[in-house]
Design a binder for this molecule. Structure first.
Ligand SMILES: [Zn+2]
Length: 472
């Protein structure tokens, strides 16, 4: 029997740590900052990954694999890039029993090695666009690790594309941002705020970084993924050139975009409750759990009916819990904690009436379903749960999202109670730096939105709305 979870309303961080372990999503690794993703957690990641991979391919990209080890000199070629990543790098200095002539960096991201290769492959405008994605693990040394949210090693996909024109590259960065937003909203049931990172917060070496931010239940923001329009410096540094349509030598325009195992953490933090996880049906490793209520002498009758139901639910991820050592109550508790969206109970008494009892994880209410209607009603119920989860998350997001004009007024409240604040900003760095006093940062600029006349900090005119919050 698992232990009671910490109070989600008062000890959200502890609740998170506990549920990740109790639900067997992940465990600590011997190396601090690393995690072991357990089968249930990995199945959840695979379902997220599967959908994203499908969309990556449907939008014209191909998968490839580049090496884990990158010559240290590669990272030094793009000045901002190395400066941004230097403190997080793990470097291999010895191998094969001796000191290496040139240290090798364990990839923190693969722009450098991939651009090096593109430079060799690219000859003419006819070779463009290059649209490649890689699913990989990367290492960024983490001082304050938290499972799925910040780990030294994490899994992700990184897309890297090269284009003839900046306009085309910009379109690509936006295309993938929109794919991420669709994944978050329609599959993870998480409403997100999409926008542009400030100069300070953007990816080292990017011209423009698009982000999509989720709002966690405790009112902190979580950057769920990013899509970058890279500066031409990358193409220049790696000597990427091609013959353009006029026969002149030109540099291509590049993008990169990534989403990580952090998405699993977002699903846990947005949807969970005091009983444990609540997983959106579209990505849940188990969509329906069938709990048998067995009575001596009638076991086979029940098990036969279970098999018939399972057979009729083709394409749905069903798990049968026929463990006769546990009470039904203990089983219910277990599967609620694991976040299974729909539970079906079936015993001799139900069978006598040709029906089953379906209970959803959201507490929408028990449903009696005739045995013959399971194949239609259960998929419909899963769809209802998926939609309801998004609606609830949206209501929660709205309740945590405030509009306020001046940091002096909302700063202390933000520091105390968290929350997402939409405000005006002059876009000067010195005003952004003041947010540190309240443990907050700018999360993203909302393009084309201007609600406030003035900056949140100074009296200069606002250039547009910005989202300010504490973040993970
Ligand atoms: Zn200002």
């Amino acid at each position: 029997m698992s232990e009671k979870l910490p109070d989600i309303t008062k000890q959200f961080a502890e609740w998170y740590q506990d549920i990740v372990h109790q639900a067997e999503l992940a465990d600590h690794a011997p190396v601090r900052g690393c995690m072991v993703i357990r089968p249930y957690g990995y199945a959840l990641w695979e379902n997220i990954k599967g959908r994203l991979d499908q969309r990556i391919k449907e939008t014209g990209h191909q998968n490839a694999a580049f090496p884990l080890l990158i010559p240290e000199s590669f990272l030094k070629k793009e000045a901002q890039h190395v400066e941004g990543f230097a403190p997080e790098l793990a470097v291999v200095t010895h191998a094969g029993g001796k000191e290496l002539e040139e240290p090798l960096v364990v990839r923190p991201t693969s722009e450098t090695i991939i651009h090096y290769m593109y430079a060799q492959w690219l000859k003419s405008y006819r070779d463009l666009p290059i649209l490649i994605n890689q699913w990989a693990n990367v290492v960024r040394w983490e001082m304050r690790p938290r499972p799925f949210l910040r780990t030294t090693e994490f899994f992700w996909q990184e897309g890297h594309t090269a284009h003839e024109t900046q306009e085309e590259a910009h379109k690509e960065a936006l295309l993938m941002l929109n794919e991420y937003v669709d994944l978050a909203q329609n599959w993870l049931a998480i409403p997100v705020i999409a926008g542009v990172k400030s100069e300070k917060e953007k990816f080292p070496g990017a011209d423009k970084t698009y982000t999509f931010e989720g709002v966690m239940q405790d009112g902190k923001a979580l950057q769920m993924g990013t899509s970058h329009l890279l500066s031409q410096n990358f193409a220049v540094s790696f000597n990427m050139t091609f013959q353009d349509r006029n026969g002149n030598l030109a540099h291509p325009f590049l993008t990169s975009w990534g989403a990580t195992t952090r998405l699993v953490g977002a699903v846990v933090m947005v949807h969970g409750d005091q009983k444990g996880l609540i997983l959106p049906p579209k990505i849940a490793p188990i969509q329906v759990v069938i709990v048998t209520i067995l009575k001596k002498g009638e076991e086979q009758l029940v098990l036969d009916a279970v098999n018939r139901i399972k057979e009729s639910l083709k394409g749905i991820r069903v798990h049968v819990d026929a463990d006769d050592q546990k009470t039904p109550g203990a089983k219910f508790y277990h599967w609620e904690m694991k976040g299974v969206p729909l539970r079906i109970e079936i015993g001799p008494r139900d069978l006598a009436q040709n029906q089953i009892v379906a209970t959803d994880r959201l507490g929408l209410g028990k449903k009696i379903i005739a045995l013959d209607n399971c194949a239609q009603e259960i998929p419909a119920l899963l769809e209802t749960i998926q939609k309801e989860m998004f609606v609830r998350a949206q209501q929660k997001q709205q309740s945590l999202w405030h509009k306020a004009a001046k940091l002096a007024d909302f700063g202390p409240i933000l520091e105390q109670n968290n929350g997402i604040y939409q405000t005006g900003w002059c876009q000067q760095r010195q005003c952004e730096d003041v947010l540190r006093e309240y443990k907050a940062t700018t999360r993203c600029l909302l393009e084309n939105q201007k609600t406030f006349e003035q900056c949140f900090n100074c009296n200069a005119a606002s250039k547009g709305d910005v989202i300010v919050a504490k973040s993970y």
